[in-house]
Each structure stands twice: as structure tokens, then as C-alpha cells.
Write a protein that binds this ligand. Structure first.
Ligand SMILES: Cc1cc2nc3c(=O)[nH]c(=O)nc-3n(C[C@H](O)[C@H](O)[C@H](O)COP(=O)(O)O)c2cc1C
Length: 356
């Protein structure tokens, strides 16, 4: 029997658990706290509402990001192909999952590079765990990850809690800021740092801004909980109990966006973590994000079929379009400056959001 590598097993587990189990955080994203102001006379033609934008030298037809997920197995390759084909057809941004497996075993490169092969024009992000910079990786691996995809930028993900609750996790996160700073300085491509579902505090945002990152993807709490994923992977009761402790951990996505705005004014923000539809993406952009990302939702569609993937993403685009139309907002620049109401759940009064 051929030996299956631990990384391959982990990737297979991640897809299976995300598709079969309830891995949602006990937290909500916070988007239920805000709403757009309806305009009965928007003075717009729905068909002319303009969702397009430019980012890192690429044009996107809508501010939608298919968040970093997978690669490393045949099943993952199929998912990357479907996601990338849909991104190319519609004109969206996409990230692949951590490319560590392909750097350690080049046979796996095509399970990631398939994304660029079928989507030559999209804004495409490479991905590595930032912690790998403490476990032997340096600028060379970062360059190879980017080159493997002809990627437009590199995403380094931060997942301390996930590493801490998994067996044999990489738990030395000390001194990473300095190493991230070095990668930002030397890569020659934008470096984006993201969480994986527990959000970004003001302290972290400030640290990352000082490192020179080009964007922060907040990947806040309210969606997929990676401690829950690890709970389903746990080998014994003790490991299961340890992971289960953190079902309600993290900074909600909405609060994470506001944290970055406050601590790192002018920073490009990607919003993700539990975004459930185009309305949530539109809310993120009104709060200051440039893109709204979805991971697990895109995985569920891609595991089904190419048709479902395109349908889901076109529906998301239409949800953003109708949100803008019904709020009297004609383009993405205006959406950035849009007024949103804070729904005060307790006293039922509405007030304007004050986040500056
Ligand atoms: C199957 C799966 C695999 C993932 N693998 C990665 C990864 O390799 N690198 C990464 O930065 N994030 C990874 N993520 C995290 C997502 O990019 C995202 O931050 C997180 O799932 C929260 O978004 P969601 O609530 O829309 O799922 C993965 C998510 C899923 C569902």
C-alpha cells in the first residue's frame, strides 16, 4: 500500500469535515447589528449599478473573493478547478489553500496551479502559513509559492489557536512580525496577512501595518470555526474537549474591520469570516473593506458542481447589486462611503454608525 502523507490526510479531513459537520462558531459576525437605509426613490437603473473595481493591477467585476482553501489532493484539485473557472467566468478574486504540501512534494504542484491554468486573468493569491517562517521556510519558499501560480500577491495566514489545539501543531509564533516584515520588504509582490476565523484586534492590526503588509483579511469570528474542525479531527476525548472549549472564541468580523480601520487607517481590508451572502459583503464594504470573502460557502457549492459554483457566485453578485440599488448607491466608491444604520437590539432605536 502506498503511504499517505500527514498533510494529504489533513487536507482530506478539512474538506470532509467542512462538508459534513456543523463547524460554525458560537459567535455571530456582527453584521446583524447594521443595516442599509432603504431608498424608495433611488434614481438608478439596476442594470447600470457598477460593481467593478481594480486591485493590485487587476480588474474585478465585483468585490467578491473566494477565500483561500485547498490544494494537495485530487479532490482539492477538482475544487480549485471549479472555483477558478467560476472566478474567471465572472471576474472575481481567488486564493488557493496553503501551498506547503506542494513545496515539500512538487508532484502536488498541479493541484494548486490548476487555478491559474483555467483562470489566466483573475486576481489570484498564493497562500502559506506565516508560522512556517519559524519552521524552515523563508523568502525562497514564499517566492516559489507565488511563482507556482503566477500569483498576484501572497497571503500569509495566522492561525495560532488552530495550531495550539491540533496534535503536533506548529506552536512557536514568537518573532514572526519581524519575519513577515522581511517578506514584505523582499518579495516584490504585495503581501496580505489573514486570520482563519478568529479576527484581528487593534494591537495585531498595528503590528501588521508596521510590518508593511499590503492588506489585512480579517477572517473574523462568526463563520467557520477551526477549533471546531480540529475538534472533529481529534483522536481522543482530551483533545476533543480542548478544541471544543473555543467554539465561542474570537473577534466578530464586523468588529475586526472596525479594529483595522482604527489602528491602521488607510490599510486595505478584506472582510471574511461568516459572510453569508452579498448583503453581508455590501455591509463589509460600507464599513471600509475592499473585498468580501467566502470560504466554506464556496466549498459547498464547488463540491457539488461547476454549475452550482457559478450560480452561487452570480447570486452573490446580484445580492450586492440589489443592495446598492435599493440603497441608492451607484458604484463601489460610493458604497465605501455609504451610510449604514446601527440596529440597536436593546432599545430598538436606530442611530448612524460612528466608527471614526
Ligand atoms: C476547507 C477549508 C480549508 C481552508 N484552508 C485554508 C488555508 O489553507 N489557508 C488559509 O489561509 N485559510 C484557509 N481556510 C480558511 C478560510 O480562508 C477562511 O478564513 C475561514 O474559513 C473563514 O471563512 P468562512 O466563514 O467563509 O468559511 C480554509 C477554509 C476551509 C473551509
Amino acid at each position: 500500500m502506498t503511504k499517505v502523507s500527514p498533510i494529504k490526510l489533513r487536507k482530506t479531513d478539512h474538506i470532509r469535515i467542512n462538508l459534513e459537520q456543523d463547524v460554525r462558531s458560537a459567535k455571530t459576525t456582527g453584521f446583524e447589528r447594521i443595516e442599509f437605509i432603504h431608498q424608495a426613490l433611488p434614481e438608478l437603473n439596476l442594470e447600470k449599478v457598477d460593481l467593478s473595481l481594480s486591485l493590485f493591477g487587476k480588474k474585478l467585476s465585483a468585490p467578491i473573493l473566494i477565500s483561500s482553501m485547498t490544494g494537495g489532493t485530487e479532490e482539492a484539485k477538482k475544487i480549485n478547478r471549479r472555483l477558478a473557472q467560476a472566478a474567471q467566468e465572472i471576474g472575481l478574486a481567488m486564493g488557493v489553500g496553503s501551498q506547503r504540501a506542494a513545496l515539500e512534494n512538487p508532484v502536488l504542484i498541479d493541484t494548486f496551479s490548476i487555478a491559474r491554468k483555467v483562470a489566466p486573468d483573475i486576481l489570484l493569491f498564493a497562500n502559506l502559513g506565516a508560522v512556517q517562517l519559524n519552521y524552515g521556510f523563508d523568502i525562497n519558499q514564499c517566492r516559489r509559492a507565488v511563482d507556482m501560480l503566477a500569483a498576484d500577491a501572497l497571503i500569509l495566514h495566522l492561525n495560532p489557536l488552530q495550531e495550539a489545539v491540533q496534535a503536533d501543531g506548529n506552536i512557536n509564533f514568537s518573532g514572526l512580525a519581524k519575519k513577515i516584515e522581511g517578506i514584505c520588504r523582499r518579495l516584490g509582490k504585495p503581501v496580505i496577512v489573514k486570520e482563519v476565523g478568529w479576527g484581528i484586534s487593534q494591537r495585531t492590526a498595528k503590528l501588521l501595518a508596521n510590518c508593511g503588509v499590503a492588506a489585512i483579511d480579517v477572517a473574523g469570528a462568526g463563520g467557520t470555526s477551526w477549533s471546531q474542525v480540529e475538534m472533529y479531527r481529534a483522536a481522543d476525548d482530551l483533545a476533543r474537549d480542548l478544541a471544543a472549549t473555543f467554539i465561542g472564541w474570537g473577534i466578530p468580523t464586523l468588529d475586526s474591520i472596525l479594529n483595522v480601520r482604527k489602528a491602521a487607517p488607510g490599510m486595505t481590508i478584506f472582510a471574511s469570516g461568516g459572510l453569508k451572502d452579498g448583503l453581508d459583503i455590501a455591509k463589509s464594504i460600507a464599513l471600509g473593506a475592499t473585498l468580501g470573502g467566502m470560504a466554506r460557502k464556496a466549498l459547498i457549492a464547488a463540491a457539488d458542481s461547476s454549475k452550482k459554483t457559478v450560480e452561487m457566485l452570480k447570486l452573490t453578485e446580484m445580492q450586492i447589486r440589489i443592495t446598492m440599488f435599493s440603497s441608492g448607491i451607484k458604484n463601489i466608491r460610493d458604497l465605501h462611503k455609504a451610510e449604514v444604520n446601527v440596529a440597536e437590539i436593546h432599545n430598538k432605536t436606530n442611530q448612524k454608525m460612528d466608527y471614526d
